[in-house]
Write a protein that binds this ligand. Structure first.
Ligand code: NAI
Ligand code: MG
Length: 359
């Protein structure tokens, strides 16, 4: 049967880059004979919130029943809905209720994209951030006490489970095993956060035993961040908790030129629920409405989706590779959106990628 994909453009430039993501998917699936059925949803957006007072209908889960994956634009419109409301009311619900415990974010420097790090060439930056996506520092456990008094205080707990840490690490080791360098770096902070981070180190040592051919090193998050900038060639697969991974996966793409390129997969590797594919960037209210957003992060997210659906094999793998080759060619030869130093529109870039995929 065809793959069933839920299409959720969301807010702001999510609505502008989504059509280009679909255009590239159409070109690739047509060329390689892959059948896809799309279902389009207007909710998980601040427009929906304005009309209904919530981000999604109560039966959102039922409406997504039977979907193989979610193709998601971006959510957030801070002028009308506070960001923690829009995020917790949509994206974080998907991540948690669909147990998308891996947030996979490739970081790669392409030819033709000005690198903010002096002297770096394509090939020097090519790694994955594997972020834990369902627990950790992002909890609702805590509260403010004695509010408004001199003694006002706040507590917010971090929670890591053995199952949660080990399944994340297992994914990281398996990814590393499939790559030439076979190297996992664990983002840690076991000197300062002296209970939970040494515990993470032990989880990594334990999981590593099943992967004797993969190297493991542990780096404190502070120096690790510095090395993302100073020595990016040291990294292959970087495993991190929710907060550390969130920060690293904005920093990494920033070192490769523009956040407009960075894709992500919110994966449920066990396939008990659909996974979600989205650009790393948000809804960019500052450029929305001008048709100048870079659609490549959205297009690349679509390629990751096909690869995940096809388990890295067959026609889906070929379609993924063709989309990546088209992205490389367009970044090298143009056209370019303003974030890449050009004058092209979102549509022009999307059309150029789709033409290249088809040929
Ligand atoms: P943002 O990623 O939307 O924008 C940051 C900066 O990068 C802006 O200057 C923007 O113009 C630029 N930018 C982002 N994507 C671009 C693209 N494709 N092409 C060219 N330039 C691009 O992050 P910001 O401003 O912090 O958040 C705006 C809204 O997006 C907020 O409501 C926030 O909560 C939401 N957000 C949603 C995310 C998601 O849906 N996963 C992720 C990050 C933020
Ligand atoms: Mg982030």
């Amino acid at each position: 049967r065809p793959f069933r994909i839920a299409v959720l453009p969301g807010d702001g430039i999510g609505k502008e880059v989504m059509p280009e993501g679909l255009r590239a998917l159409d070109a690739a699936t047509k060329r390689f004979g892959i059948a896809i059925e799309y279902r389009h949803f207007e909710w998980a957006s601040c427009d929906y919130y304005a009309a209904h007072g919530k981000m999604m209908p109560d039966d959102w889960k039922a409406q997504l029943q039977g979907m193989d994956a979610l193709f998601f634009g971006a959510v957030g419109w801070p002028a009308t809905v506070p960001d923690h409301v829009s995020l917790w009311g949509s994206l974080l619900k998907f991540r948690r209720e669909f147990d998308q415990y891996v947030n996979l974010r490739p970081v790669r420097l392409f030819e033709g994209v000005p690198c903010p790090l002096a002297g770096r060439k394509p090939g020097d930056i090519d790694y994955f951030v594997v972020r834990e996506n369902t627990e950790g520092e992002y909890t609702s456990l805590g509260g403010v006490m004695y509010e408004g008094t001199e003694r006002e205080m706040v507590i917010q707990e971090s929670v890591y489970s053995r199952v949660g840490a080990q399944r994340l690490l297992k994914f990281a080791f398996e990814l590393a095993q499939s790559r030439p360098r076979k190297h996992v770096t664990l983002a840690t902070k076991s000197n300062g956060i002296a209970i939970s981070m040494p515990w993470w180190d032990r989880q990594a040592d334990e999981v590593k035993k099943a992967y004797p051919d993969v190297a493991l090193d542990k780096q404190h998050i502070d120096i690790l961040s510095a090395r993302f900038v100073l020595q990016p060639g040291r990294f292959d697969v970087v495993a991190a908790t929710n907060l550390f991974g969130d920060i690293l996966s904005d920093l990494g793409p920033a070192t490769t030129g523009t956040i407009g390129l960075a894709p992500s997969g919110n994966l449920n590797p066990d396939r008990t629920f659909p996974s979600l594919f989205e650009p790393v960037h948000g809804s960019a209210p500052d450029i929305y409405g001008q048709n100048i957003a870079n659609p490549i992060a959205m297009i690349w997210s679509g390629a990751m989706m096909l690869d995940f659906l096809g388990r890295g094999e067959g026609a889906c793998r070929q379609a993924h590779d063709a989309i990546l080759a088209a992205i490389e060619a367009v970044l090298r030869d143009g056209p370019r959106t303003p974030d890449l130093g050009g004058k092209a529109s979102t549509t022009e870039l999307g059309e150029a990628v789709a033409r290249n995929i088809a040929s």
